[in-house]
Design a protein around this ligand. Sequence first.
Ligand SMILES: Nc1ncnc2c1ncn2[C@@H]1O[C@H](COP(=O)(O)OP(=O)(O)O)[C@@H](O)[C@H]1O
Ligand code: SF4
Ligand SMILES: [Mg+2]
Length: 318
Amino acid sequence: MTNLLDVEHLKQYFPIRTGFAKTTPLKAVDDISFSIRHGETLGLVGESGCGKTTVGRSVLRLYEPTDGKVYFEGTEITRSNIKSMRRQMQMVFQDPYSSLNPRMTVEDIIGEPLDVHRMYSNSKERREKILNLMELVGLNAEHATRYAHEFSGGQRQRIGIARALAVNPKFIVCDEPVSALDVSIQAQVINMFEELQDKLGVAYLFIAHDLLVVRHISNRIAVMYLGHMVELADSDELMDHPIHPYTESLLSAVPIPDPETARHKQRIVLEGDVPSPLNMPTGCPFRTRCRYATAKCAEEMPDFTDRGNGHFVACHVK
Ligand SMILES: Nc1ncnc2c1ncn2[C@@H]1O[C@H](COP(=O)(O)OP(=O)(O)O)[C@@H](O)[C@H]1O
Ligand code: SF4
Ligand SMILES: [Mg+2]
């Protein structure tokens, strides 16, 4: 069976003015390849600014990629066919406070994609679809005529999900959908994403800066650093047997509930700041902060290779 999504050598450079009549390319995403299977969740993690949102937006063609190819069910997405594919691919945004128009009713927010894609034959059917979607995400039917600004963050994110689901997509980019929510409701919203996936078979690219957030929902997890993918593996494999030094440091910061295990664990504190994407280090992008770096790391970019069972790593040493 073909994959739902295949991303090959995706690059997204933004031209940044760096002087009079001079621009420098900011390499937000630099040569990234991965696939997502039907109904799968791929978690995408990394520090703020490493390029996660840009990956999501470029895959959905909200940006025209600088280079690389994206295939949806085996068909290459192009400027000319993206319109017909758009319905299959949706996005849920990080900030439910700014991504929903506060002056629109819930009914109109969820109904908008139905209108755009003409997905009903009369107003009764439109209303039925909206109420079904509201039920699906655990919103009360009486809330249909209320305005987005009247809802809490968690409820707004439910509205955002109902809106994304309205057009029966096969794939949703979930861009840090719980980062702006109180910790107490994050788990509820993540569980809802999982339940919806079980019911509908939709696949997710689930973005977060925190490994703990994506751990349970993801079948596989990819780790990004400075525009590059440095490691990709099944979730348990990545959490239990990380290989890349950057993943190792991310995991060392994850709190462990068992004090006995925690005592044996050493926290790795990375030195220095993330380099500017306008001024990337030569060779391995992580080398300025890597405790294993050798001379080769400054000279050559490590390949992203399969170390067995689909566990991909980009590192010369590990
Ligand atoms: N539209 C844009 N124009 C210029 N630079 C951008 C744009 N979008 C993102 N960037 C830059 O690209 C890099 C990656 O950003 P982003 O994808 O938002 O990272 P993340 O989602 O991981 O926080 C950052 O350095 C950011 O400043
Ligand atoms: S290639 Fe070198 S610098 Fe990069 S992560 Fe591996 S050891 Fe560290
Ligand atoms: Mg982001």
